[in-house]
Design a protein around this ligand. Structure first.
Ligand code: NAD
Ligand code: MG
Length: 410
């Protein structure tokens, strides 16, 4: 609820696309929120600029060398900011007693530990980092149930579903929900001839028609693995089984998702495609605050189209559904193989169509184990990354020239 003292916010991944949008919303409400901690992996000068503007108590980077760089950049300025580095420091600022709200906007598996730390510390956690839920869903949800934390989805689709459900919502069945319709734009290659997909470049894959996002999630949108990860995310967040969720392609990205009820009602949440809407919604929930996003003008929008996804064009959708159906470590393996494949594609070592091929091969050769604890998650993640590097080499002759990419902060 609104209080007269501003709530201290920790923004994990503050230099990223979601991080910057979060700071933009916070800027509009200095009476409600203050910035307690900012964190980033690279783009140290951008982080330094943010520190000058927000004077946070902490600024955290991943590596020691970057911490020195940041300290040098801020030296001589009379800021209250202490510079820290490493995964433990990320967890420390995310769970600090003084923090009320944590924006979890680190990209990839690296977001898991700090996000879990925030959950265990009972924070209001705004979850953008879908990969942490995909790779460790059962553990993540168990930690949430055991804590006083409040988890609010930032992913626009999940935020839309959350808005279309009653609150609180124990089970979909009790709420009278027939199914969830998860919308996705189909990305930049929805209508491109299939024969041309093998030759698309990383820049073409990152040119999303409606959203401006970080490069990893942009590639995920082009393969529709983003929708696959979101399918798994929705299963965990809303206690849904795979049959409860249908993916619908909606090229305009105006309807952010829908919930169909037993009585025939279909509730949709709509808005311009701008992440500041779900960020403002989750920050202030259950109140509503200004996000800086213009009102949707349906008349100038004119039309909204919907179609079924084409799984021959987007095999990642099928792979994600199969991973969720298999359960246990299968989503962890899917996520890890995808992160390696996307990095290889962005680095020019793999054709676009190779992404799904690598993931499928890794999944087929991985046994599904139960995720009993975080060690089991880390092990499944590590083995899948190693396997993905082997598959890359076997199919495409891609060498990393160094140990294959690990989820850097695990
Ligand atoms: P981004 O690449 O723009 O930003 C990522 C941030 O995380 C940066 O601040 C970066 O420095 C930091 N980071 C990267 N690797 C790290 C590591 N190993 N350890 C610590 N910090 C690290 O990404 P983004 O587009 O803002 O996406 C962030 C998360 O939000 C992703 O999980 C993405 O799937 C999700 N998301 C993004 C959007 C969007 O519109 N951008 C929408 C929905 C969900
Ligand atoms: Mg989304």
């Amino acid at each position: 609820m609104y209080s007269s003292t501003p709530q201290p916010v920790c923004v994990l991944g503050s230099t990223g696309s979601i991080g910057v949008s979060t700071l933009d919303v916070l800027d509009r409400h200095p009476d409600r929120y203050s910035v307690f901690a900012l964190t980033a992996r690279e783009r140290v000068e951008e982080l330094a600029q943010q520190c000058r503007k927000y004077a946070p108590r902490y600024a955290v980077v991943l590596e020691e060398e970057k911490a020195f760089q940041l300290q040098r950049s801020l030296s001589g300025e009379r800021l209250p900011t202490e510079v820290l580095w490493g995964v433990d420091a990320l967890c420390k600022v995310a769970s600090d007693d003084r923090v009320a709200v944590v924006m979890a906007a680190i990209v990839g598996a690296a977001g898991l530990k700090p996000t879990l730390a925030a959950v265990r510390a009972g924070k209001k956690v705004l979850l953008a980092n879908k990969e942490s839920l995909v790779m460790a869903g059962p553990l993540f949800m168990a930690a949430l149930a055991e804590s006083d934390a409040q988890l609010l989805p930032i992913d626009s689709e999940h935020n839309a579903i959350f808005q279309c459900l009653p609150y609180p919502c124990d089970t979909l069945d009790k709420a009278g929900v027939e199914r969830i319709l998860l919308t996705g734009s189909g990305g930049p290659f929805r209508t491109k001839p299939l024969s041309a997909l093998g030759a698309v470049t990383p820049d073409e894959a990152c040119a999303h028609p409606n959203w401006s996002m970080g490069r990893k999630i942009s590639v995920d949108s082009a393969t529709m693995m983003n929708k696959g990860l979101e399918f798994i995310e929705a299963c965990y967040l809303f206690h849904a089984s795979p049959v409860d969720i249908q993916v619908v392609v909606h090229p305009q990205s105006i309807v952010h998702s829908m919930v169909q009820y037993r009585d025939g009602s279909l509730l949709a949440q709509m808005g311009n495609p701008d992440m500041r809407t779900p960020i403002a919604h989750a920050l202030a929930f259950p109140e509503r605050i200004d996000s800086g996003v213009a009102a949707l003008d349906l008349i100038s929008q004119g039309r909204l189209d919907f179609e079924a996804p084409d799984e021959s064009r987007f095999p990642c959708l099928r792979l994600a559904r199969e991973a969720m159906e298999a359960g246990g470590s299968a989503p962890t393996v899917l996520n890890a193989a995808n992160e390696v494949a996307v990095e290889a594609f962005l680095g020019g070592k793999l054709p676009f169509t190779g992404i799904a091929r690598v993931i499928e091969k890794v999944m087929k050769s991985s046994e599904v184990v139960e995720l009993t604890d975080l060690d089991a998650v880390e092990q499944a993640d590590r083995i899948a990354r190693e396997r993905a590097c082997d598959v890359l080499e076997e199919l495409y002759g891609a060498h990393w020239g160094q140990p294959c990419p690990q989820s850097r902060s695990m």
